[in-house]
Design a protein around this ligand. Sequence first.
Ligand SMILES: Cc1cc2nc3c(=O)[nH]c(=O)nc-3n(C[C@H](O)[C@H](O)[C@H](O)COP(=O)(O)OP(=O)(O)OC[C@H]3O[C@@H](n4cnc5c(N)ncnc54)[C@H](O)[C@@H]3O)c2cc1C
Length: 378
Amino acid sequence: MNFDFTNEQKMVREAIRKFVENEIAPIAADIDARHEFPMENIKKLGQYGFFAIPFSTEYGGAGGDEISKAIVLEEIGKKCGATSGISSVHYLPTMLVDKYGTKDQKEKYLNKLITAEYIGAFALTEPSAGSDASNVQTTAVLDGDEYVLNGTKCFISNGGVADFYIVLAMTDKSKGIKGISAFIIEKDTPGFSIGKIEDKLGICASATAELIFENCKIPKENLLGKEGRGFILSMVGLDSGRIGMASQALGLAEGAMEETVKYLKEREQFGKPLIKMQGLQWYLAEMETKIEAARGLVYKAAYLKQTGKPYTKEAAIAKLFASEVAMFVTHKAVQMHGGYGFMKEYPVERMMRDAKITEIYEGTSEIMKIVIANQITR
Ligand SMILES: Cc1cc2nc3c(=O)[nH]c(=O)nc-3n(C[C@H](O)[C@H](O)[C@H](O)COP(=O)(O)OP(=O)(O)OC[C@H]3O[C@@H](n4cnc5c(N)ncnc54)[C@H](O)[C@@H]3O)c2cc1C
């Protein structure tokens, strides 16, 4: 058992911290207020190699360190939940092309995704297929050399700003989940349009949109993986994505903790700094304990993935716990800032709003419990 980070992981942390300090933190409040997608920073994260970390060297990846990837999302999450979420979502389709793409698909897309020349999105959810992701109604019918897609996806992160979408559609309804397939769809494909852009409680700088497919024709080479294997592919993607979401949640909790300690040292009431109040110190101790536990769970899940061991249960545990910790810590952070915590000039109110999504997307907390229980009881 070794709890030390490798030199490479330490270097990644140092590099991403500098990037966050110089580029992400200064605009975090502003892009939240203006609901503005941080395109320039996402492009830079790609250009500087942060999205390359866990991917094949053959296509410009850095060779696979899942803990480093978790560190990147965690460090970004400390200052901007939205940018961390966008990055985590971008990793998911990239990972699926890396794992399931044909040689041609990898040649065409992988390097572009790794460098963020293309921004990626993953579209599973539909109005009637949320937690029950198997209830996909979007159809894909093979017609000669093309698949024709019809249907609507909702709540899709990076929707409207992405260049590259992995879309799940039913190719054979009679086979249930074994009739779901995954497809690559580029923006500007005729028959594909963006519908409603969501106005959200948190991660306001991220884009969340409806995708509409109306006789959208794509070459049959755009099938990702085998026909009928789309549901399995999605579950593999989500297992991995959940470590990303847990890292985002961990970062948010750590960021709120840092802000709170700083504030309590500065603010005086009853003739002494708030940090000296035992009642508040007890809150801090509780917050720190939960953060430390979440950190262990996140890194453990990432470690299992990078060493090729099963990690479905551990990824779900990490997401379930870290997202609840993010909510607990950010909520307490607002409380300990008093009235100032409720004001937009302090970042903790944004952190509290941003934390909520980590309990919902890529599987709600209730669904995480089902995943964990299924792994225990099977
Ligand atoms: C900001 C945002 C970004 C998103 N990004 C993406 C994306 O990029 N791609 C994508 O495909 N999807 C995305 N989603 C969709 C997200 O994954 C779903 O919203 C989520 O899985 C829940 O589905 P639902 O909203 O339909 O809720 P429902 O499934 O209707 O759930 C409602 C409530 O019932 C509970 N529930 C449901 N089933 C059970 C059960 N069996 N037992 C106990 N409780 C249950 C849920 O936990 C929840 O509390 C995003 C959502 C949001 C809000």
